[in-house]
Write a protein of this length. Structure first.
Length: 294
């Protein structure tokens, strides 16, 4: 037994075993189970296969509304949460920036705040009353009161602002870690060759940040399409006016949990998984991650 346990051939499998078990139990099994349920009608105490009926039922106004909202949210968060943290990280990494440690901590603190607490605060800040923070600010500018969370455009704006407030600091940390791993000699050599600040950023910083940028984009796509809690808290439930805050996970929750239609909810979940996987494969292909190196 000791010879077996201390064998150099067995040791790698022993070290990998915890990950394999956790992957099989907490990812592979739930996915396979969900795929099976998506072809079933799941009732208390009984299930039976109904073929593609759950997927045919996806062709509905609620599904397309949820898909549109999640896609819009993901698009705007990508548009904000990639360039903004990158620029801030570059400034915080510069030697001329004073108190950079303070700003790093201050920008990261929002990510530690509970999303329930943050959503509740934002719901009050963007409330419909005249004395809510944003409406009071509008009054100072001579603008009328608006109900932020009853309009599709302003409701989406609130969700994107909330996401920006919460996740800017996290993405800054990712980009900072990559920036600090770039050898300073590269910048010195480029400066000697006459490269200005923009040239050094464009030809040295951005190419070397590519792996981290791809990672941030990947998790941002998954994070955007899996958003639920923010919408749930902002509208104090999963019933926003005209479903302006309905997301894909919100639809899954409504059908699978509230209506106890687990088969249809599973179909929504598998469709969402397929959409996010396809989008990430496309962006990975676009950035050349599948290209063979010479």
């Amino acid at each position: 037994m000791n010879k077996f346990l201390y064998s150099s051939r067995v040791a790698p499998y022993v070290f990998v075993l915890p990950f394999v078990l956790s992957f099989l139990i907490f990812f592979a099994y739930p996915v396979i189970s969900t795929i099976m349920m998506s072809f079933q009608e799941v009732l208390p105490g009984q299930t039976h296969f109904i073929g593609l009926a759950n997927y045919k039922n996806l062709w509905s106004e609620s599904f397309f509304t949820a898909l549109k909202n999640s896609s819009r949210y993901t698009f705007w968060t990508l548009l904000v949460l990639i360039p903004l943290p990158l620029v801030l990280a570059v400034f915080l990494n510069a030697k001329l920036t004073k108190a950079s440690a303070f700003f790093r901590s201050a920008l990261f603190i929002p990510s530690l705040t509970s999303v329930v607490v943050a959503g509740t605060i934002f719901r009050l800040v963007f409330g419909s009353l005249d004395d809510s923070v944003m409406n009071a600010f509008r009054h100072l500018l001579g603008m009328p009161t608006i109900n932020w969370l009853t309009n599709s455009a302003t409701g989406m704006l609130v969700m994107v602002i909330l996401a920006t407030w919460r996740f800017t600091g996290v993405n800054i940390i990712y980009f900072l870690s990559a920036l600090q791993s770039i050898p300073h000699e590269l910048y010195e050599s480029a400066e000697i060759d006459g490269a200005n600040t923009w040239d050094r950023f464009w030809r040295i910083t951005l190419p070397l940040l590519k792996p981290v940028a791809i990672y941030v984009i990947t998790i941002s796509i998954y994070g955007g399409y899996s958003m639920f809690t923010e919408s749930f808290i902002l509208w104090n439930g999963n019933r926003s006016p005209n479903d302006i805050g309905l997301t894909m996970i919100g639809l899954l929750y409504r059908e699978g949990i509230e209506k106890n239609n687990l088969g249809f909810g599973s179909a929504v979940g598998i469709t969402l998984l397929a959409i996010t996987m396809v989008l990430n494969v496309i962006q990975l292909k676009f950035f050349g991650l599948f290209r063979k190196e010479d």
